[in-house]
Design a protein around this ligand. Structure first.
Ligand code: MLT
Length: 237
C-alpha cells in the first residue's frame, strides 16, 4: 500500500504497481490499442494543465469516484480504450489510487505497471531486471484491495522457476490466493467491483479478470524530467 511504503522498499529495487480495478488494467488496454505513451499525474488538475500545454495528438483520461470527469476524453474503463481512440495517442492520466501509487514509487530502480491481464509479461520483466522486488498494491483510498493482492499473487505464480524468497507474509498470502482462485472469481466479491457495479461498470470487473489477456505486454514506467511516463514493450512468449 502506498501509505505504508518506505524508501527502502523502493530504492535499488524493481517496483510493480498493481491497480487491477482498474488503472493498471486500463493502461494495458490502452497500450494494446496502440497508445504511444501514458503520462501520469497525481491530480486531475495537474493532468489538465499538462494536456493543455501539449501540442501533439493526446487524450485526457482518468476518473473521480470511478467516473469520467466531464471535460476528460475518456474515463478509466479499459473497454473504452479501443484502437480507434488510442492509436498513436499520448495519454495524460490521473486516477484516484493507481497513478498516485506510481508517483509514490517513482524512486524505484525499475518501475512497472502490473495487473492480471499482463501477469506473465510482468513476471518476465521482473526476472530480466534481476533486482529485489516490491509488489505495490495501490489499494483504495488507504485500504487494501483483494483484487490487487490476487494480481500480485498471479505474477508471483508465474515466476515459479525462480527461487522465491518472500520478504513478508502478504506475499505468501497473495501467491496462495492466486493459486486458489485461478479464474479470479473473487474479483466479483470485492468492494471495488461493488463500486463499479453501482455506476453500471460491472463489465470492467470481468475485463480485468481474464489472466494474460495481454500476455506479451510489459509496461515500463520511467521518470522523464519530473513526469512519470509509461511505455510498452511486446515480448516473445
Ligand atoms: C484508481 O486508480 O483509483 C482506480 O483505478 C479507480 C477506478 O476504478 O477507476
Amino acid at each position: 500500500m502506498p501509505s505504508l511504503l518506505k524508501q527502502q522498499d523502493v530504492v535499488g529495487r524493481t517496483v510493480v504497481v498493481f491497480d487491477v480495478l482498474r488503472a493498471t488494467t486500463t493502461m494495458a488496454a490502452a497500450f494494446n490499442a496502440g497508445a504511444t505513451e501514458i503520462r501520469f499525474f497525481a491530480s486531475l488538475d495537474a493532468a489538465r494543465l499538462a494536456r493543455a500545454s501539449y501540442k501533439g495528438q493526446a487524450l485526457l483520461v482518468g476518473e473521480t469516484q470511478c467516473e469520467k470527469p466531464h471535460d476528460f476524453d475518456l474515463g478509466n474503463s479499459p473497454r473504452e480504450f479501443t484502437s480507434m481512440q488510442c492509436k498513436g495517442m499520448t495519454l495524460f492520466m490521473s486516477t484516484t489510487n493507481g497513478t498516485r501509487a506510481m508517483v509514490a514509487a517513482r524512486n524505484a530502480s525499475r518501475l512497472f505497471a502490473g495487473s492480471t491481464v499482463n501477469a506473465s509479461a510482468t513476471a518476465t520483466a521482473i526476472r530480466k531486471a534481476g533486482l529485489p522486488v516490491t509488489l505495490l498494491c495501490a489499494g483504495t483510498e488507504g485500504e487494501m484491495s483483494l483484487e490487487d493482492l490476487i494480481g500480485c499473487g498471479t505474477v508471483l505464480c508465474r515466476m515459479e522457476h525462480l527461487q522465491l524468497d518472500f520478504e513478508n507474509d502478504a506475499a505468501v498470502l497473495a501467491a496462495d490466493l492466486a493459486l486458489r482462485d485461478p479464474d479470479n472469481e473473487l474479483f466479483e466479491m470485492t468492494q471495488a467491483a461493488e463500486r463499479l457495479s453501482g455506476v453500471n461498470l460491472d463489465e470492467d470487473t470481468q475485463f480485468a479478470s481474464i489472466t494474460d489477456r495481454f500476455e506479451d505486454l510489459i509496461i515500463h514506467v520511467t521518470d522523464r524530467d519530473g513526469t512519470l511516463v509509461a511505455t510498452s514493450e511486446r515480448i516473445d512468449t
